[in-house]
Write a protein of this length. Structure first.
Length: 401
C-alpha cells in the first residue's frame, strides 16, 4: 500500500511522536495538576478577601466578578455573564463552558457563589456594618472552581464541563435559581456546589482530621457517593454524606438534576461565619492544604464522570490496539460527513472523517487498551513537525508516491 519512501516517513513520524510525547495522562495525572500555590493565590490575591473588603455591595464585588470572567476566558472557556434581576437590579452569574468532544449535550456543573454577606459580629447592627470579606464563605469555593477550571481546561472530555460563579446566594440562592430557570431543559448529569471548603481546625490524628461533608438536598442520588469516593481516592478526605437544603445545589435538585454540596466538616462551628473576621488575615483560620485537597477530589470526580478522552478513540476496528488496520478503516471512511453522529474513522467525535482524525490515529498508534483512558500531550515544536509529516503521509495514501 505504501511505497518504501512513505514507510520511511511514517517510521520517522512515529519515532518523533514517541520521543516528544509526554507519558500517558491518567485521571490521577490530571488531579496532580491541582496546585496549592495557585489555589492560595486565587484566594489571597485575587478575590478580595482581606479585612475591609466587601463583596456584598462594595466595589470588590464587581472586581471579583470581572477577575473570574477574565480568568475563565484565559483558560479558553466559552465565557459569558448571564444576567438576572434581584431587588430591581441586574446581577450576573459568570459562566465558563468547556465543550465535550463526544457527547457535548451531557453537562457536568461545578459552581460556587462569589457574593458575600453583611458582617454579623456581636454588638454590631448587621444592616449598618460593612460586608464581610467572605474568605471562607465563599471565596474558598470560588478559588476551588477557578483551580478546577484551570486544570480541567487543559484536557478534553467526552461530556461538557460548565464552571459557574453564582451571584446573590446569600440573599436566597437567586443566582443559581436564575441559572436553572434559564437552563431547565439542559441535560445536566451532575452538579457540585462548593460552599465553604477552607476552614479546618483539626490537627493530625484528631477526630474529623480528614473529613468533609457531602450533602444532598432532597434526592440522595449516586452523585453523593461518587463524589465521596473521589474525595477519598484523590484528596484523601472522607466524605460524610447527609442532607442539607441551603446552598446553590438546591435549585438544581428541585429541577430534578443530580446535585450535591461539598462543604467543610467544621462548618457548624466556624467562629468567623458571616463576620468581618471571615478573612485571610485572621490567624490560624484558612487551611489552604485542606481546601486544595477538596478541589482535588472534585477534579477527580469530574474527570471520571465527564470521561477524559480515551487513548483508543482511533481504535476504529475495536480490537484493543491502535494499529495499521485502523488506518485502513479511516481511509475507507475518509470524506464522510454525517453531521448527526460519529461514524467509523471519526476519532474526535465531530461526525466527519478527515485529516484531524488521522492525526489522532498517529498520536495513538501502538497504544493498547490496557493503558487506560487518557490523552497524550505533545510539545508544540513536535506537534508542528508531526503536522508536516502527517500531510506527507496523506499524500502517500492518495497519490501513491
Amino acid at each position: 500500500m505504501f511505497s518504501h519512501r512513505c514507510w520511511l516517513i511514517a517510521v520517522l513520524g512515529i519515532l518523533l511522536l514517541f520521543a516528544a510525547a509526554a507519558s500517558a495522562e491518567s485521571i490521577q495525572d490530571i488531579v496532580d495538576r491541582v496546585n496549592q500555590t495557585t489555589y492560595t493565590s486565587f484566594l489571597e490575591d485575587q478575590l478580595y478577601t482581606h479585612l475591609g473588603d466587601d463583596r456584598k455591595y462594595g466595589a470588590e464585588h464587581d472586581l471579583a466578578r470581572d477577575f473570574i470572567f477574565g480568568t475563565f476566558e484565559s483558560y479558553g472557556l466559552s465565557t459569558t455573564l448571564e444576567p438576572f434581576t434581584y431587588a430591581s437590579s441586574t446581577h450576573h452569574n459568570v459562566v465558563g463552558i468547556h465543550l465535550g468532544t463526544v457527547t457535548p449535550e451531557r453537562i457536568y456543573v461545578v459552581g460556587a457563589h462569589y457574593d458575600s454577606t453583611n458582617s454579623n459580629d456581636a454588638g454590631n447592627d448587621p444592616g449598618e456594618t460593612p460586608g464581610a470579606p467572605g474568605a471562607d464563605d465563599n471565596a474558598s469555593g470560588v478559588a476551588g472552581v477557578l483551580e478546577a477550571a484551570r486544570v480541567l481546561s487543559q484536557s478534553q472530555f467526552e461530556s461538557t464541563l460548565v464552571f459557574i460563579a453564582f451571584d446573590r446566594e446569600e440573599q436566597g440562592l437567586y443566582g443559581s435559581k436564575a441559572y436553572v430557570n434559564t437552563h431547565s431543559t439542559d441535560d445536566v448529569r451532575g452538579m457540585i456546589s462548593l460552599d465553604m471548603i477552607a476552614y479546618h481546625p483539626y490537627s493530625t490524628g484528631e477526630s474529623h482530621y480528614r473529613e468533609a461533608r457531602v450533602y444532598y438536598s432532597s434526592d440522595n442520588s449516586t452523585l453523593t457517593s461518587e463524589l465521596a469516593d473521589a474525595l477519598d481516592t484523590f484528596g484523601n478526605i472522607s466524605g460524610m454524606i447527609g442532607q442539607f437544603g441551603s446552598s446553590d445545589h438546591v435549585p438544581f435538585d428541585n429541577q430534578g438534576f443530580n446535585a450535591a454540596l461539598l462543604i467543610e466538616y467544621a462548618v457548624w462551628s466556624n467562629p468567623n461565619y458571616h463576620r468581618w473576621s471571615d478573612s485571610v488575615d485572621t490567624q490560624n483560620y484558612i487551611d489552604y492544604a485542606y481546601a486544595t485537597d477538596m478541589t482535588r477530589g472534585v477534579v477527580g470526580y469530574l474527570s471520571t464522570a465527564a470521561v477524559v478522552v480515551s487513548f483508543l478513540d482511533s481504535d476504529f476496528n475495536q480490537d484493543g490496539t491502535v494499529n495499521s488496520d485502523d488506518l485502513l478503516v479511516w481511509q475507507a471512511g475518509f470524506g464522510i460527513e454525517n453531521g448527526v453522529a460519529p461514524v467509523s474513522g471519526d476519532a474526535n467525535g465531530d461526525t466527519n472523517v478527515d485529516g484531524h482524525d488521522f492525526l489522532i490515529w498517529q498520536q495513538q498508534l501502538g497504544l493498547e487498551s490496557t493503558m487506560g483512558s487518557a490523552s497524550i500531550a505533545i510539545p508544540e515544536p513536535a506537534s508542528q513537525a508531526l503536522m508536516v509529516i502527517a500531510w506527507i503521509i496523506l499524500g502517500c495514501l492518495f497519490k501513491r508516491v
